[in-house]
Design a binder for this molecule. Structure first.
Ligand SMILES: [Zn+2]
Length: 525
């Protein structure tokens, strides 16, 4: 098996993406997570560009990594300094990393316009910047910035810049599609020439502006590159970078390459989600391999086929990358889908059971009214429990009242009072909140707390409102989707009404009931 080297630049190039922000602590946590996955190199940042990155390198020295080598990123020296007087090269050495990645110019246009030096001077700078770092015992990865555009403009000069890097002693020369516009066959033609002229391990760094970042990276490796740079979830400037969460399983599962990640591949989905969490961006559920939809089956016939033989509709076994198969509920869902779900509650239930047809009908009716259970597994489970008489009411509502008060330009205040009972014992209480729904949520939790102290651990992680019939203005129906977590599991619940408070109430009640019943089930064994 050929070994492939994975170079992660989520913390450096990924951090250039719109909406991506990492604190220093986030960066440390992500680096540890990437190491646990078995990534070979982690590019930590650009110590010359901001003080946060410099601090990261000071801090990261305290950690022992199992697999990953941390690398600092910077550029070749300035034209007017010898390398030993160049502040940026000094900063790179000061990070204390064993590996340093520097980029240089391969495009003569950039040499004239940006650096304003002669092409010969640029070659000299590339060579002596690298040899200077090598003389300090560093492993040097050379990123040839804008290589492909440079090559298209002047192939011979672009190749000379790579040769200058090899002369300097670069350990790996990485061809960068910095503009991200490259197409696969164009790449192929250029790469095949580079391969014959450059005697140094080659790497690839692509951006996704033409949607080809992953395709080009795969092609590069199949054509002889040994080192792939990318970011998790494809984060990066503009349309992002090559996505390691996609590339890793493609290389390991489909193309037979080996990497230390192989032993930890089942952590892939978790790692990708972890990074989404810390980035504070919604996890892209449509991502190959690691998205929530990657192994989600909707239509009844498909779900039926998957149950009989997963290979009919799944390109890999989801568990291999730590993901899981999901059977979605929808009005297309036939009895077999419902049966699959119902089987989780009643393992011996059959397709012919009248409760299955009743449930199928109920589901269709509810979907017609605007309910949607694909992201509301919690509500759906309660619905099934009701249909199978496995449900006992957790509490009874006697009533609630919400007051919203606004005085002049002060922020408005919301207060909810509520009366509920559990096993005949009444509880009457009130709470304030950021808004009416928040006040109601707080009051309900407060009222139920003495009966079910475990609800303290239930946290609302997402609250979404969707207007269903947009043409009817404020009289339109809304669907509220709530996601709750107890730190171990997340569950979604749903409510639908013309009244946003009523819709929220339904979703809130399902959310607490589902959580409480789950806990009871767990304690009953
Ligand atoms: Zn880049």
């Amino acid at each position: 098996m050929s070994v492939i080297v994975f170079f992660d630049t989520t913390l450096r190039d990924g951090a250039q993406g719109e909406g991506v922000f990492f604190s220093m602590e986030d960066k440390i946590r992500i680096a540890k997570k990437l190491d646990a996955l078995g990534i070979d190199y982690i590019e930590g940042g650009w110590p010359g560009s901001n003080p946060k990155d410099l601090k990261f390198f000071q801090k990261i020295k305290d950690y022992r990594f199992k697999q990953a080598k941390i690398t600092a990123f910077g550029r070749t020296r300035r034209a007017d300094n010898p390398p030993e007087k160049d502040r940026l090269l000094q900063n790179l050495l000061a990070t204390g990393t064993d590996v340093i990645t520097i980029f240089g110019k391969s495009w003569d246009l950039h040499v004239w316009e940006v650096l304003r030096i002669s092409p010969e001077k640029n070659l000299e700078i590339i060579t002596d910047s690298i040899s200077f770092l090598k003389s300090h015992g560093k492993e040097v990865i050379y990123d040839a910035e804008h290589f492909f555009d440079g090559y298209k403009n002047d192939p011979d000069y672009a190749l000379q810049t790579l040769k200058a890097a090899v002369r300097g002693g670069a350990d790996t020369v990485v061809l960068c599609d910095t503009n991200g516009g490259l197409l696969p066959l164009e790449f192929l033609e250029i790469f095949r020439r580079v391969r014959t002229e450059i005697e140094c391990p080659l790497g690839i760094h692509t951006h996704n502006d033409s949607g080809m970042a992953d395709a080009v990276s795969i092609l590069a490796v199949q054509e002889g590159a040994v080192h792939v740079q990318g970011t998790f979830n494809g984060y990066g400037e503009r349309c992002g970078n090559a996505n390691l969460a996609t590339l890793i399983p493609n290389f390991l599962l489909k193309l037979g390459y080996d990497s230390p990640v192989r032993a930890n591949l089942s952590k892939l989905t978790e790692t990708s989600r972890f990074i989404s969490e810390l980035t504070n961006l919604q996890h892209n559920e449509r991502q190959p391999y690691v998205g929530g939809s990657a192994f989600a089956h909707k239509a009844g016939m498909h779900a039926d086929a998957v149950k009989k033989n997963p290979l009919t509709l799944e390109h890999i076994v989801p568990g291999v990358v730590g993901n899981q198969r999901r059977i979605l509920l929808s009005d297309q869902a036939g009895r077999s889908t419902i049966l699959l779900k119902a089987g989780e509650l009643l393992p011996n239930i059959t397709k012919e059971d009248p409760r299955i047809s009743k449930l199928t009908e109920d589901l269709k009716q509810l979907e017609y009214l605007g309910y949607q259970f694909e992201a509301a597994e919690g509500s759906f489970e309660l619905l099934m429990k009701k249909a199978f008489a496995l449900y006992g009411k957790v509490f009874s509502l006697h009533g609630f009242r919400i007051i919203v008060e606004k005085n002049e330009d002060q922020p408005s205040l919301s207060e909810a009072t509520i009366k509920v009972s559990v096993d005949g014992i009444e509880e009457h209480t009130a709470a304030e909140g950021e808004g009416p729904v928040n006040a109601l949520d707080s009051a309900l939790r407060k009222a139920l707390f003495r009966f079910f102290p475990e609800i303290k651990e239930f946290k609302l992680v997402d609250y979404k409102v969707r207007v269903l019939e947009e043409n009817q203005g404020t009289a339109a129906k809304v669907r509220v989707l709530i996601e709750t977590t107890d730190g171990r599991e997340n569950w979604g619940t749903v409510g639908v009404s013309e009244n946003i408070i009523e819709a929220s109430w339904q979703a809130l009640v399902d959310s607490l009931e589902y959580g409480i019943l789950k806990r009871r089930q767990a304690t009953c064994g």
